[in-house]
Design a protein around this ligand. Sequence first.
Ligand SMILES: Cc1ncc(COP(=O)(O)O)c(C=O)c1O
Length: 411
Amino acid sequence: MINYEQYFSRNAKNMKRSEIRELLKLTRKPGIISFAGGLPAPDLFPIDDIKEMTRIVMEKEGRIALQYGPTEGDNRLREELAKLLKRDGVTISSDRLLVVTSSQQGLDLVGKIFVDPDDLIMTSLPTYVGAIQAFHSYGGTMLGIEQDAEGTQTALLEAEIAKRIAAGRKPKFIYEIPDFQNPSGITMTLARRKEMLRIAEKFDMIIVEDSPYRQLRFEGRGEPSLIGMNSERVLALYTFSKILLPGFRLGWMAGPAELIQKAATAKQSVDLCSPPFNQSILYEYLSRGLLEKQISVIIKAYREKRDFMIEKLSQYMPKLPGLKWTHPQGGLFLWVTLPQEMDAGEMFHSAVEKKVAYVVGTAFYPDSGGRNCFRMNFSYSSKPEIEEGVKRLAEVISNWKGSRESALITP
Ligand SMILES: Cc1ncc(COP(=O)(O)O)c(C=O)c1O
């Protein structure tokens, strides 16, 4: 028997299989209503438009689209991306943009260019599981700061960074998802954004702003993006996965020229370039202004589904002390907090038996938090599935031993 473990690098040994992906396997059983994945609604994919753009690309420039392309990405696409950012209040030239194989690659490149083993990285709690996984694989340790309704608690962030610096270990950067955060659905207020930038300035740190959901605002006024407020201190990641389709695996990075160049160099050894074929199709799609139309279709549908899910949660969930959920103004997720003594991980198996699934809160905590929480996705399931799934979930929670105990101890 060969001991393959002995050959692994230290980085490979740091890699952990994502708990979320393991659990997602269970949720693929027939009949399960899954609120687990962060999947867009497939019935809204603009199949006819993509079919037409593909035809145009093949007729117009098949030989280019099927060839290797530049690592930085198709220049015409980068121009379109710069225009998209401009509409969002970010003035940045296209040479400060890097096309990536979706934002998960962006996170990996961030890990590659910034993270040495034992580096500290500041993040909010809870935080995106894929970022924990990416930074952890380079030996980084995430330090979490709890959020409240206004986002990451910046006073705690400042104190924690100061404490670490005093102990001789300055964190490398701050990782933040300011808009409709995955998993909590929380959006950072303007005051907190200003505070976070002030803190980054004070301690001479950069911020990695991960923004897959920003364009999916259902109501209310948006706050400026962190990169829109300071394009020298912020490296931003964007993706087409949630606003168009994840199957292209295309996203982009924006930031200071030196960081973009370093990320491009790091990308060369990963995949040489993101698929030129998909980039050409996307360029044709964007240059015709089709994305705006698509985003408004998605916003309308997801707003309805969010409202429906919240209505059904209010209708079916047992009245337990401490049981609550967020009311996100956009994005794909809401976050449920169970009474303190309940364990969403233990309950998960009963939920799967009842044929309903969510993601347990602990997946989003780099340490041991989130035990009594879980994430629900509202974009993927149909309304009848949402109603039936919430009903099943409410039954699981009502019948769970912890919930009976908590009902007993409350007057
Ligand atoms: C915050 C955040 N970052 C990055 C990603 C990765 O998405 P993709 O690689 O499809 O762009 C996701 C996906 O859910 C996410 O929620």
